[in-house]
Design a protein around this ligand. Structure first.
Ligand code: SF4
Length: 358
């Protein structure tokens, strides 16, 4: 038997076509889109403003797939990490970060990641598979319901598992679906896409009508060091990435965020700070310093607060806006670079969470 079509993957136009194909009036598509994306309802029988017959027909012909919460851990600082099971049994992680200053959801775009950054646990998993647009958007629904924020304002950062520009089409489709007026109507200004800098995809992003905020993971100030820390640098060099950034259409009063994970004695010297200032010259930039969240299997240490302050001071003295990221959720490994589902699907989420909380 053919698997039922998953309406959570559909744009409003596709939903209209699906509704029309079963002989129902097209306007019901907007109601269904609202139920799924704005109200987080995935059972047709609960879509109470649809005719009863139509609900039965929809149930027989279609399904609405929503990631299932397989484990749920809350940090002492309020950060909450959900392990989410997908329809094929794979797992991803999605994180709620309260008051930063807004409520923020950090979501994944891939199961695992192919980029293999040397300081990142997710990178150690390798790429298992891309997420679909519906799976990316589904994480937002689940987080919003779990945190009671459905209908409230929140921001989204595409900084969970995966490299969003390595799953370009599904990521952009998800951004469009989140923006739909019948869905969450989320402004792209509330969405930040974080990338290591895949140059052709960055060029493509620069021409998108619906443009999220851009965050570029820099992490080093020389080609040699960046290639060691962020292997895709071999193909898409620091020089080429910054060249695209210089031409990137940044919104009025907005800036590109450059993320810089600080590794003790590796990329945190005053010389690095001065080089960083020179590299970012001519770019509407702000810098987010992220002192490493150490983890077993990661061969780097977190620098002292003094080293971080000195580095930040050099950037600020030369006129750069700089923030030092407060690490959230370290006790549940929900912090940056700490998202991992161990062994793909081999362990249950509960086992994984138990390991992470330990
Ligand atoms: S830091 Fe980001 S891009 Fe690099 S391996 Fe980890 S998840 Fe992938």
């Amino acid at each position: 038997m053919e698997p039922l079509t998953n309406l959570a993957e559909c744009t409003p136009d596709e939903l209209e076509a699906a509704v029309a194909a079963i002989g129902a009036p097209r306007f019901h598509a907007r109601q269904i889109y609202r139920w799924i994306h704005r109200r987080g309802v995935d059972r047709f029988e609960d879509m109470t403003d649809l005719p009863r017959d139509l609900r039965a027909e929809l149930g027989a012909r279609f399904r609405v797939e929503t990631p299932r919460i397989a484990a749920d851990a809350t940090s002492s600082d309020g950060t909450r990490k959900l392990a989410l099971a997908l329809a094929d049994g794979r797992q991803i992680e999605a994180v709620f970060i309260p008051d930063t200053p807004s409520m923020t959801f950090c979501i994944s775009t891939q199961v695992g990641c192919a980029m293999a950054c040397d300081f990142c646990l997710t990178g150690k998993m390798g790429l298992v598979r891309n997420l679909t647009a519906g799976e990316i958007v589904g994480q937002v629904r689940v987080l919003a319901k779990a945190t009671g924020l459905l209908g409230e304002p929140f921001n989204i950062v595409l900084m969970g598992m995966g490299e969003p520009l390595h799953n370009y089409d599904a990521t952009m489709q998800a951004i469009r679906m989140l923006h739909e007026p019948d869905g969450l109507a989320l402004s792209p200004k509330r969405i930040t896409l974080s990338t290591v800098g895949i140059v052709p995809a960055l060029e493509r992003l620069a021409a998108e009508p619906l443009m999220p905020n851009l965050a570029v993971s820099l992490h080093a100030t020389t080609e040699e060091m960046r290639t060691r820390l962020v292997p895709p640098n071999k193909r898409y060099s620091l020089h080429d990435i910054l060249d695209v950034c210089r031409r990137f259409p940044v919104r009025h009063r907005s800036r590109i965020t450059f993320e810089y994970v600080m590794l003790d004695g590796v990329n945190d010297t005053p010389e690095d700070a001065k080089r960083l200032v020179t590299l970012l010259d001519g770019i509407k930039a702000k810098v987010n310093l992220i002192p490493l969240n150490p983890a077993p299997g990661i061969p780097y240490e977190r620098p002292s607060d003094d080293r971080v302050d000195r580095f930040a001071g050099i950037l600020a003295d030369r006129g750069l806006t700089v923030m030092v990221r407060k690490s959230r959720g370290r006790d549940i490994r929900a912090a940056c670079g700490q998202l991992i589902v161990e062994g793909g699907t081999k362990k249950s989420a509960a086992q994984v969470m138990a390991n992470l909380i330990r």
